[in-house]
Ligand binder design. Structure first.
Ligand code: ZN
Length: 292
């Protein structure tokens, strides 16, 4: 299978960890196999957690992992000048405007606390759907009415058809937050469409997001999104079987780099976390256990 463009899409909200390294190296392996170029897209619209040293860490980590970026910023200056999501805000606004013309969107004023108190699952069950709150109400988030969605269909790499309803954890997902900023689903979809990505590599924890974003693409009328192929990879866990986090120093790439570790050490650690019975120390070994 041939693809044109895949992407590496980190968030600068902390130092990258081995789970990110695994995802990036897997993206590189798939790009090599399928002829896809790699776009670097840094998701920085959430300004509260943004720190430029985290953006720098992304460049340093890619360097350390020997991943070459074909499209996108080469350094922090280029990123801030041309590639920050802030520059694409008009595109997000356009898509949100398009959504306003549809009957799929509704305003919601529920707080996180209220949503939690209405259902112990913490999932939003559409409380404001029938309240007809005007979309221009201050402090209102915009959500999608997922009750009227048909089954969603997309392709999982290499060629399995996934046909599923919108899962509970993304029902009535948000497209605009209370602060009027576009949500993650909105920006991710608009960016993938804008850059013409045709292969998305992301963790299994984002499987529901892939379903939600595919649905959103239909509503916004992004027809090309139909041809996108997804690869949902496993999520690396630490020795205690816990998901890796950006606040944990020991598994951060930054820490490994500073303590003199090499790329072969990263492959070895990733191999252990994947539960590989054979040791891996380079890209060829890694591709081998992934059967790529
Ligand atoms: Zn609500």
């Amino acid at each position: 299978m041939k693809f044109n463009l895949t992407r590496i899409a980190p968030t600068p909200s902390g130092f990258l960890h081995l789970g990110n390294a695994y995802s990036f190296l897997l993206t590189k392996a798939l790009a090599e196999k399928t002829g896809a170029k790699i776009l670097l897209r840094i998701d920085d619209l959430d300004r509260e957690r943004y720190r430029s040293e985290y953006v720098q860490d992304i460049f340093d980590s890619l360097d350390f992992l020997e991943i070459t970026i074909d499209k996108g910023p080469k350094n922090l200056t280029e990123f801030e000048k041309e590639w920050s999501q802030i520059h694409r805000r008009p595109l997000y606004e356009q898509a949100l405007e398009k959504l306003q013309e549809t009957s799929h969107i509704f305003a919601c004023t529920c707080s996180r606390k209220k949503i939690q108190s209405m259902d112990s699952s913490g999932y939003y069950l559409g409380h404001c759907l029938e309240r007809r709150i005007p979309l221009d109400r201050k402090e209102a988030a915009w959500r999608i009415n997922t009750l009227i969605a048909d089954l969603i269909e997309f392709t999982e790499y290499p060629d399995s058809k996934i046909i599923q309803p919108i899962p509970l954890d993304t029902s009535f997902f948000m497209v605009r937050k209370k602060d009027q900023m576009p949500s993650y689903h909105m920006t991710s979809l608009v960016d993938d469409h804008y850059f013409e990505v045709d292969l998305i590599v992301r963790g299994q924890d984002l499987f529901s997001s892939s379903i939600a974003q595919t649905y959103l693409s239909e509503i916004v009328g992004f027809k090309k999104f139909k041809n996108i192929v997804f690869y949902h990879h496993l999520i690396l866990k630490d020795a205690q079987k816990k998901k890796l986090s950006k606040s944990d120093g020991a598994t951060s790439i930054h820490h490994l780099r500073k303590s003199g570790k090499k790329l072969s050490d990263v492959f070895r650690l990733i191999g252990e976390m994947m539960g590989s019975t054979v040791p891996i120390s380079n890209m060829e070994d890694f591709k081998g256990i992934l059967s790529l």
